[in-house]
Design a protein around this ligand. Structure first.
Ligand SMILES: Cc1cc2nc3c(=O)[nH]c(=O)nc-3n(C[C@H](O)[C@H](O)[C@H](O)COP(=O)(O)OP(=O)(O)OC[C@H]3O[C@@H](n4cnc5c(N)ncnc54)[C@H](O)[C@@H]3O)c2cc1C
Ligand SMILES: NC(=O)c1ccc[n+]([C@@H]2O[C@H](COP(=O)([O-])OP(=O)(O)OC[C@H]3O[C@@H](n4cnc5c(N)ncnc54)[C@H](O)[C@@H]3O)[C@@H](O)[C@H]2O)c1
Length: 474
């Protein structure tokens, strides 16, 4: 039986970085994967395919360039699912190779099969054609999540779909109901609307993306409505069912409605497909955690302390399995930090407050730090400095007249408390604000330093002037 200093379960972003960190610290490490491919949700069903789909949609429809070339600008008249999928498959294959090479290069043992704890330090791995046992001193559980699929929704892989099965659909539906205005629902609603699909989004709360700054979500909602998306906010779905085939053919013909969503308010929505995206569910139930003494909640997720340690000291967890924010970006860093602590290597920064969020809707959104609502609730005095992309030469060059950057500035000491961006490059330029915040920088930093011209980064300077000018008049 092989013994390892560290054993990681799951090859998603959390697991990859945990395993490589152990190898870099000179430890023997194994990583276990139950699927047939590497990379978890990030590479196969989540981040990469959805972003590849978005890039393809943006490129093929010319969206984002319409401010420059006119509303009717379109690169390709008819877009097939093949156009979209081919881009995504190429990127996914490349990611598999990159992960494989990184693991090999660092001497991480990759063990294929489903991991199951047989004792506190003993794991059985059952693969497609073999089974083996390994022991480990420390474990990092990075098993991720799967889409929540409540029993009352008749999922069928054809027209009532989760975000996993949505990627397998071989046609572009003419109409789509999206249930859930969280990150997945919002991103796919935007992508599909860009492709010309008639989208209706139902969200139980009064706004999309509950955790983002309200001004930004209002701007997003305005843009989505302008692109033809119907938003049913503050509404919940009561019942979802397929229209029987006979009725469909008799009344609608092909491409017509196939699915009905009845809302609690009494409204009836019909569309060719429905995407159900109301959150994700853990997969800890069949890990054998009873044999270790680690408990999981009713959604099969794990609780950890600030060092990513479960209630059993040698067992750590990172990534989606520990809940919010459930991002590939944060999962990687959680995995790395968990492994460092497990192997007795302290790292300097345990701060999670500057973890950024990137939401790849159309338009793109990003944030770091506090929202206006949080600052108000916490009684922190601030002023908002705003730059509209209309005032930025690069915004004009890109044809993005809609974007904006908002910098929240402490009223007294002028430190930066939060940065919120919507529009082209939002997920990139956010890191400028993040770096300044990490170093305790003030709004004056943006005024007193020169930025390349023309860049979107210039928006920081304009926002800082705007905020400080307002403060001068307080
Ligand atoms: C549609 C969609 C879009 C997304 N877009 C973004 C985005 O743009 N940016 C972003 O930052 N995040 C995004 N995310 C979130 C991101 O994909 C996840 O946060 C990330 O993949 C979580 O990483 P993880 O390592 O925790 O788990 P996962 O990536 O889920 O990987 C877990 C791995 O563990 C394996 N596993 C599970 N149980 C066992 C077992 N018993 N034995 C062996 N192996 C096991 C699984 O097979 C899987 O490979 C998106 C998610 C979705 C669904
Ligand atoms: N760009 C990114 O970083 C990215 C992209 C996609 C997904 N993800 C991650 O994937 C995870 C899952 O995303 P998600 O969007 O499925 O979940 P979520 O929890 O973010 O959002 C679910 C939404 O559904 C709503 N809802 C719940 N029940 C409802 C009902 N019956 N009717 C109408 N609305 C209802 C909730 O109010 C909530 O807004 C998230 O944690 C997210 O971080 C990240």
């Amino acid at each position: 039986m092989r013994h390892y200093d560290a054993v990681v379960i799951g090859t998603g972003p959390a697991g990859q970085k945990a395993a490589i960190q152990a190898a870099k610290l000179g430890k023997s490490v194994a990583i276990i994967e139950k699927g047939s491919v590497l990379g978890g949700a990030q590479v196969n069903t989540g981040t990469v395919p959805s972003k590849a789909l978005r890039e393809a949609a943006m490129h093929l429809t010319g969206a984002g360039k319409r401010g420059l070339f006119g509303e009717s600008y379109r690169v390709k008249k008819t877009i097939t699912i093949r156009d979209l999928v081919s881009v995504s498959q190429q990127v996914i294959r490349n990611e598999w190779e990159v992960i494989r090479e990184q693991l090999d290069r660092n001497g991480v043992d990759l063990l294929w099969g489903k991991a199951h704890f047989e004792g506190p330090n003993l794991v059985q791995i059952v693969g497609p054609d073999h089974a083996e046992m390994v022991t480990g001193d420390v474990f990092v559980l990075c098993v991720g999540t799967r889409p929540a699929t409540p029993d009352h929704v008749p999922f069928n892989d054809n027209n009532i779909l989760t975000s996993d099965s949505f990627l397998q659909v071989d046609r572009l539906p003419r109409s789509l109901i999206v249930v859930g205005g969280g990150v997945i629902g919002t991103e796919y609603a935007c992508i599909m609307a860009t492709l010309g699909v008639k989208v209706t989004l139902v969200e139980g709360r009064p706004k999309l993306l509950g955790f983002i700054d309200s001004e930004i979500s209002e701007a997003l909602q305005f843009y989505m409505r302008r692109e033809g998306v119907t938003l049913r906010l503050g509404e919940k779905v009561d019942r979802i069912y397929e229209i029987p085939e006979e009725e469909r053919q008799n009344t609608n013909g092909s491409g017509g409605p196939q699915v009905v969503a009845q809302l609690e308010s009494g409204k009836t929505l019909k569309a060719e497909c429905l995407l159900y995206a109301i959150g994700r569910q853990g997969v800890c139930g069949d890990l054998g955690l009873d044999n270790v003494g680690v408990a999981y909640d009713d959604r099969e997720r794990l609780s950890v302390n600030e060092r990513y340690q479960t209630s059993v000291p040698h067992v750590y967890a990172a990534g989606d399995v520990i809940g919010f924010p459930s991002l590939a970006s944060t999962s990687m860093e959680q995995g790395r930090r968990a492994m460092c602590h497990a192997l007795g290597t302290e790292i300097e920064n345990w701060n999670t407050e500057l973890f950024p969020y990137g939401i790849y809707g159309v338009p793109e959104i990003s944030m770091v730090g506090k929202t206006e609502e949080q600052l108000t609730d916490e009684g922190i005095p601030y002023e908002a400095g705003i730059a509209s992309y209309k005032e930025i030469a690069r915004g004009q060059l890109l044809g993005d007249e809609f974007g904006m950057l908002k910098v929240l500035i402490h009223q007294e000491n002028h430190t930066i408390l939060g940065v919120h961006a919507i529009g082209s490059g939002a997920t990139e330029i956010i890191h400028i604000g993040q770096a300044v915040m990490a170093h305790g920088g003030k709004a004056e930093y943006f005024i007193n330093n020169v930025f390349n011209f023309p860049t979107l980064a210039e928006a920081y300077k304009v926002a800082a002037y705007n905020g400080l000018n307002k403060l001068a008049h307080v």
